[in-house]
Design a protein around this ligand. Structure first.
Ligand SMILES: [Ca+2]
Ligand SMILES: [Ca+2]
Length: 312
């Protein structure tokens, strides 16, 4: 410690600038230097302390400034981070809402998908049923078709060529014309007889056929398309018998009403033939239940022959 103090004294003694101006002046004027006392040394120490203090203050100030700048920068960054955090928080909230929406929609879609799946299963079952029924129907249809083909083949053989089958009987609609008696004989020669009408269904079949023949040929004169049937009252006037001797069934007679005077047939009109009208013919009329007329047996008309069908 003493050595440090001595060295310090030597250092301070060699530095004139640190001495008070009066002493520097004395030296310069050759005055003998007075010994340095303790008060001078204290003053020198105080000067260094001030400078040191100033330096430290400067350092402190610089540090404070640096710390201030650093604090400012940190505060700015903090604000930025807070702002970014808030934005992130908002984004997170938005994303959370979006995710929630997606979850809700996903649940709805799952529900809809389940319903669709159920519907699809139901429809598949229905389609399967239909397919099964369709196969059954196809099978039955094929069987019916085979049966129909068999029956058709047998029916085709049941009637002679140009004869039409109806209700187990074959019917021939002639294209030529004869009087009633010749027509009757012609049908017999063909293996049948003039048609005997036994039911309303048969009457409808014959009337519709005659109506179609007339309109397909575009013939306007209905009497020209008259067809003899096997009914006559030539034996006893007013007593109508079929060619097989059967009396006319009151429930199956289809006499016409005349167009010009609204009179009802049969009228046994004798204006053209003094013998009157003793033979029945069928004319094309729209009302199939009123197509019979009594006419002179000498008239030349077409005819309808009938014979039993041969069904094996
Ligand atoms: Ca008559
Ligand atoms: Ca008549």
């Amino acid at each position: 410690m003493e050595m440090d103090s001595y060295e310090s004294d030597q250092v301070y003694e060699n530095v004139d600038i640190k001495q008070p101006p009066s002493r520097r002046a004395g030296k310069q004027h050759g005055e003998s230097a007075a010994p340095v006392d303790s008060s001078d040394r204290q003053a020198a120490y105080c000067g260094w302390d001030v400078w040191l203090l100033i330096a430290l203050s400067c350092l402190l100030l610089a540090g404070s400034v640096a710390l201030g700048v650093l604090f400012y920068n940190l505060q700015t960054k903090n604000l930025k981070l807070q702002s970014q955090y808030s934005e992130l928080e908002r984004n997170y909230t938005d994303i959370s809402v979006t995710v929630s929406d997606f979850q809700t929609k996903n649940l709805e879609l799952q529900s809809q998908y389940s319903e669709l799946e159920r519907n699809y299963t139901d429809i598949s079952a229905t389609v399967s049923d239909f397919q099964t029924k369709n196969l059954e129907l196809q099978s039955r249809y094929s069987e019916l078709e085979r049966n129909y083909t068999d029956i058709s083949a047998r029916v085709c053989e049941a009637c002679p060529q140009n004869w039409e089958l109806f209700n187990g009987k074959c019917h021939y609609f002639s294209t030529d014309r004869m009087n009633w008696h010749s027509s009757r004989d012609n049908c017999t020669s063909l293996g049948g007889h003039l048609v005997i009408i036994e039911s309303e269904a048969e009457q409808r079949f014959l009337s519709e056929k005659v109506w179609n023949i007339t309109h397909e040929a575009k013939i306007s004169n209905e009497e020209e398309q008259s067809h003899w049937i096997g009914l006559t009252d030539s034996v006893t006037e007013g007593t109508w018998l079929w060619v097989d001797g059967t009396p006319l069934n009151e429930k199956a007679k289809f006499w016409a009403t005349r167009t010009h005077d609204k009179g009802k047939e049969p009228d046994d009109y004798n204006g053209e033939d003094p013998a009157g009208e003793d033979c029945a013919q069928l004319q094309p009329k729209r009302n199939s239940k009123e197509t019979w007329f009594d006419s002179s047996c000498k008239k030349q008309y077409k005819r309808i022959c009938e014979t039993k069908a041969v069904i094996a």
